[in-house]
Design a protein around this ligand. Structure first.
Ligand code: PAF
Length: 279
């Protein structure tokens, strides 16, 4: 496995493989790797001959400095997991390499970034699109794999790739869950044991929404109330939002229709977890 810390190093690696007729896959991550990330690697390998994984905790996409500083960074463990999973190249640049002095250009997403997470975390998606565009320029991948846990991020990146003619195939990967249903996330490791147990209320609240939807309920307020009740019953959980939106436009409607998605964010102490469910 090769490890690069400059865009030029990664680009030369990628170009050599592509010149030899091999397809290059990219898995962008912020590290603190778990089985969900490793599933992205396996998925990338289905569509690519060689797989690169990037590890970069991107300061541009954090709107809270405490969240950025406390984000886990177990680089040695991550590299060992990548080796064991036969990742071909890791790209782990320093912030000063990604954003050198004088850096000032951003990729500004459109309406898809104004709602949901975008409304709660100002500037977040601009940070995501900017870094993903830079990662694509460095890796020049044929295919890149993103998890569906970050449902809105996936929609915004697809839009960016289409709008800016990036020529990268974006592959979505279903959410990988723990045994109790909690979506895998690097932030889960910041939960105390009690918070971790309580966090199972997040997927359970989405189960409640899905059960009501399957039973024929289409009134969004009723669906949201069914999900919110589950979170409100958990003393360690602090409800932030639960919305039912159209899966393509991410806009809400008083009546849920085909292709809609329930998206939620719930706090446990200072840890914010997100999850979603296609209805
Ligand atoms: O989903 C993530 O881990 C990040 O938002 C990404 C895509 C790696 C960009 O920093």
């Amino acid at each position: 496995m090769e490890v690069f810390d400059t865009p030029d190093g990664l680009r030369a690696w990628s170009r050599a493989h592509r010149a030899a007729g091999r397809r290059v896959g990219l898995v962008p991550t912020m590290g603190a790797l778990h089985d969900g990330h490793l599933a992205l690697v396996d998925r990338a390998r289905e569509d690519a001959d060689v797989v690169a994984l990037s590890i970069f905790v991107n300061p541009l996409q954090f709107n809270r400095s405490d969240d950025f500083t406390s984000y886990p960074r177990p680089l040695d463990d991550d590299l060992a997991l990548c080796r064991a999973r036969r990742v071909d190249a890791v790209y782990a640049p320093l912030a000063a390499t990604m954003y050198p002095d004088g850096f000032q250009t951003r990729v500004v997403p459109g309406a898809l970034a104004e709602v949901l997470e975008g409304a709660q975390r100002p500037g977040h998606f601009e940070g995501v699109t900017t870094v993903v565009a830079k990662l694509f320029h460095a890796a020049e991948p044929d295919v890149a794999v993103f998890g569906q846990k970050d449902f809105q991020q996936l929609a915004i990146i697809r839009r960016m790739v289409a709008d800016l003619d990036m020529g990268v195939t974006i592959v979505p990967m279903p959410i990988v869950r723990e045994a109790d249903g909690l979506a895998m996330s690097s932030r889960n490791r910041r939960l105390s044991a009690a918070q971790r147990a309580a966090a199972a209320c997040v997927p359970r609240s989405l189960d409640a929404v899905a059960a009501a939807y399957d039973a024929g309920v289409r009134d969004v307020a009723t669906l949201v109330a069914a999900g919110r009740r589950v979170v409100d019953a958990e003393p360690l959980a602090r409800f932030e939002h639960l919305e039912i939106v159209d899966g393509a436009t991410l806009r809400g409607d008083p009546t849920a229709g085909p292709g809609c998605v329930a998206v939620t964010a719930v706090w446990f102490g200072d840890v914010r977890l997100i999850d979603n469910r296609l209805l």
